[in-house]
Design a protein. Sequence first.
Length: 196
Amino acid sequence: MGEIRSAREIAMEKVAKLGEPTDEERWQWKYVPEGEKLAVRYLKQDLSLVIELGKYDDKVVKYVKEGIGRILINNITLPKDEPAKKNNRKVMDGLKNLKSDKVAVENVYSKIRHIFSHYLEQGAEQRKQAYEQLKAEFETKLKQAMEQQLGLFAGVRIDVEKHPQFRDEWRRITSQLDSQYLQLLNEYRQELLSIA
């Protein structure tokens, strides 16, 4: 029979086989999170990524950029309101400064702008129509339910927009309508991640 070893002994044996981490691995572990923090500061404050990147040694700058890129790309969102539009502009400006292949970045941005334009125009019209349709259906159902429970209840105006079930259903529909845009946006985010 073989020797019985503890889980700790087995784990320590596996760690020993891995060997010492390379300089690149250490730099990645240290500087990618620093880049992520820098990206968060960039989004909250008015600072220049170019100046901030100049403070790092050439050997580690690519890891800082990687961290910044991850955070900025994840912050590209559908332009649902003015703050989201403003944030997207800032994110896209920051990414353009970060990436060396400006043409490839601009090509992806062109696709993203097309999605945003469609979302704001045709998407807004779709959401408006869906909202009005849901509201009409909900009003009809509520009136029928009230008539069944309370008898004839003519002349009473029902504000369905304040009804919790209406709000829940609207959130579900909105999420469903937005999902097609988000799917494309996620594909373009992946493209941006792969650009040097």
